[in-house]
Design a binder for this molecule. Structure first.
Ligand SMILES: NC(=O)c1ccc[n+]([C@@H]2O[C@H](COP(=O)([O-])OP(=O)(O)OC[C@H]3O[C@@H](n4cnc5c(N)ncnc54)[C@H](OP(=O)(O)O)[C@@H]3O)[C@@H](O)[C@H]2O)c1
Length: 230
């Protein structure tokens, strides 16, 4: 049987790099996509692809490229990119332009949605025994409205994405496809924010793809503990 393939959309130095290394160690072929992608294999053997998720139409080509390189379709898809825009008028959150709201929504919600569409189409062609998983890197903003203007576009996108991810996880359950909104928290349930931990994401995501235990789609997790319900 060929190696499993993970496609990581939005792969930078923190979560993306840790997740890529963990999955490679676990025997996966790794494809990464971000604006800095090169279109070739990097020194670790990861396929580095160039994409800008402000444009959801850039998504299908990434699946095609990963499949062409590894001769297998990605059975794990991780969406990690995010976008926000500060308000030009600090005192007025609604001074953020509508075009910025739309562009950030493309990165936070529409492109991952397009990726999930590609994933499902690809998974329908894979044998049943291969586990299929979509993981979206989230945060607390689908649950909590923080009174911080800078967080507006991020919160809009995370909330919207949580909805379709929950729906997809529920409605594709019969096919065994899992969709997770993964949200790292502090032990007390508070937002991780700048203390976000790449290796903790990697450990947790490597567990999620095994489909063991009863982790719900809204997968809140804590360093050293795994899934914790808040
Ligand atoms: N749980 C929490 O409290 C918490 C805290 C912080 C962050 N987070 C979440 O963690 C995720 C990312 O974390 P991170 O920054 O550590 O990850 P990362 O893997 O270090 O970086 C993500 C990468 O996504 C790429 N990206 C951004 N916008 C893109 C676009 N428009 N098109 C293509 N690629 C794009 C960037 O690479 P290029 O520059 O090469 O495009 C960036 O380096 C986000 O979803 C964020 O919301 C959660």
């Amino acid at each position: 049987m060929s190696s499993p393939v993970v496609l990581i959309l939005g792969a930078g130095p923190r979560v993306g790099a840790s997740v890529a290394d963990k999955f490679a160690t676990d025997g996966y072929k790794v494809a990464l996509a971000s604006r800095k992608g090169t279109g070739s294999l990097n020194e670790q053997g990861y396929l580095s692809l160039k994409a800008d998720f402000t444009n959801p139409e850039s998504i299908p080509a990434l699946f095609d490229a990963a499949k062409a390189e590894f001769k297998a379709t990605p059975n794990v898809v991780i969406y990690n990119a995010a976008a926000l825009t500060p308000p030009p008028d600090q005192g007025s959150v609604l001074s953020i332009g509508a075009s910025s709201v739309a562009s950030d929504l493309n990165v936070n919600t529409v492109s991952p949605y397009a990726a999930a569409q590609q994933a499902v189409a690809a998974w329908d062609t894979l044998p049943g025994e291969i586990k299929k998983t979509f993981i979206y890197t989230g945060n607390i903003l689908n649950k909590v409205v923080l009174p911080v203007p800078l967080m507006q576009n991020l919160g809009i996108g995370k909330s919207a994405s949580a909805y379709w991810i929950g729906l997809a996880d529920t409605l594709y359950a019969a096919k065994g496809y899992r969709f997770f909104y993964a949200d790292e928290r502090h032990e007390d349930g508070k937002i991780k924010a700048a203390q976000l931990d790449g290796p903790t994401h990697a450990e947790f995501y490597a567990e999620l793809v095994k489909h063991e235990g009863k982790v719900p789609w809204n997968a809140t997790f804590v360093k050293g503990k795994g899934y914790v319900q808040f």
